[in-house]
Design a protein around this ligand. Structure first.
Ligand SMILES: [Zn+2]
Ligand SMILES: [Zn+2]
Length: 343
């Protein structure tokens, strides 16, 4: 089978190679990948800048957001059958540590994650533990189900910030996670949905408007704090979603939030200009978290099946595995929101 492999430590190094189809062990299944999304984490692994809890085992097949068909079932698996359409969680906990045993497998100190700690989804087939695999309803297409991983992050984040009807929200960074938040916050009854981006986000601004953004702020030409304060009658936004790919957002992020505002953070920056004084004086709550739990994934499937959220609305380009160089370039130059590989 074909696979996109991170071949060595060198920044940007990868190859599309023929490798043997893996065999499922007892408790595992073999999934034929039908659609798999490229995200920021994959790009940071490609460039060698990913900082995880464990080192990435190079060489490794990249990718972690996908959906497909069960192609083979290992021993002791009685919940899934060959031919079933499925999505799957990317993260597995050890099941033994304190965090796993208290229901927080995403905080597991010995976690495993597809495409980060073992072979991933940028391939024709992959093997995965059956307990991470979920059947898809008939009306959920593979190209939507490939976004179940980022959707689950959004379900988790919404659980944290608890939007109220009529509240205002600002989304900093109109990428996949930002635009999925936009759909969730629109459904939750937000009165103003402000999307903040840069000149390079022109295509993304257009999609944001179609998905319910009430205001677009281009931080390349406008002061984003002034703009958000103008739109919200000087108060700032009740909810701030931070999904930008630059630590510079921390220069202004807290100033955008209303008193008692809630901020959900996604940017993985080792350092930034954080202002504790603003945090304390305006009683803002910051939410950090990583990956998601099983309930978030199950609710994401139900949300997709309801037709009230679209993953495909964000899919701007589709590639074969052999076209990996073009896909990586398109991602780097922000020509896409979500790139899909269709092996
Ligand atoms: Zn991802
Ligand atoms: Zn654990």
């Amino acid at each position: 089978m074909k696979a996109i492999i991170k071949t060595d430590e060198k920044p940007g190094s990868f190859a599309v190679r023929e490798v043997p189809v893996p065999k499922p062990n007892p408790g595992e299944v073999l999934v034929q990948i039908k659609a798999t999304g490229l995200c920021y984490t994959d790009m940071s692994i490609l460039e060698g800048t990913y900082k995880g809890r464990k080192p990435v085992p190079i060489p490794m097949i990249m990718g972690h957001e996908a959906a497909g068909l069960i192609a083979e079932v290992g021993g002791q698996v009685d919940t899934l059958e060959v031919g079933q359409r499925v999505g799957f969680e990317a993260l597995g906990g050890c099941g033994k540590c304190y965090n796993c045993r208290t229901g927080n497998k995403n905080m597991c100190t010995d976690w495993n994650h597809i495409g980060i700690t073992y072979d991933g989804t940028f391939a024709e087939y992959m093997v995965i533990s059956a307990d991470l695999v979920h059947a898809l309803p008939d009306n959920v297409q593979f190209a939507d189900a490939a976004l179940l991983e980022p959707l689950s992050l959004v379900v988790r984040s919404i659980e944290h910030v608890q939007p109220g009807i009529g509240e205002s929200a600002v989304i900093v960074g109109p990428g996949t996670v930002g635009l999925l938040h936009l759909q969730a916050l629109a459904a939750a009854g937000a009165s103003r949905l402000i999307v903040v981006g840069l000149d390079v986000d022109k295509i993304r601004f257009g999609i944001a408007e179609k998905l319910g953004a009430t205001d677009i702020v281009n931080a390349s030409t406008q002061d984003p704090v002034e703009a958000v304060r103008d739109i919200t009658a000087g108060r700032g936004a009740d909810i701030v979603i931070e999904t930008a790919s630059s630590p510079r957002v921390w220069d202004f992020l807290l100033d955008m939030a209303a008193a008692r505002g809630r901020i959900s953070c996604f940017g993985l920056y080792p350092e930034s200009n954080f202002k504790p004084l603003v945090l304390i004086r305006s009683g803002v709550t910051l939410y950090g978290d990583v990956a998601f739990l099983q309930r978030h994934f199950i609710r994401s499937i139900q949300w997709l099946a309801s037709g009230k959220v679209s993953g495909q609305a964000l899919v701007t380009k589709r590639f074969t595995l052999e076209q990996a160089p073009e896909a990586f370039e398109a991602f780097k130059h922000k020509e896409t929101v979500k790139c899909l590989f269709e092996p």
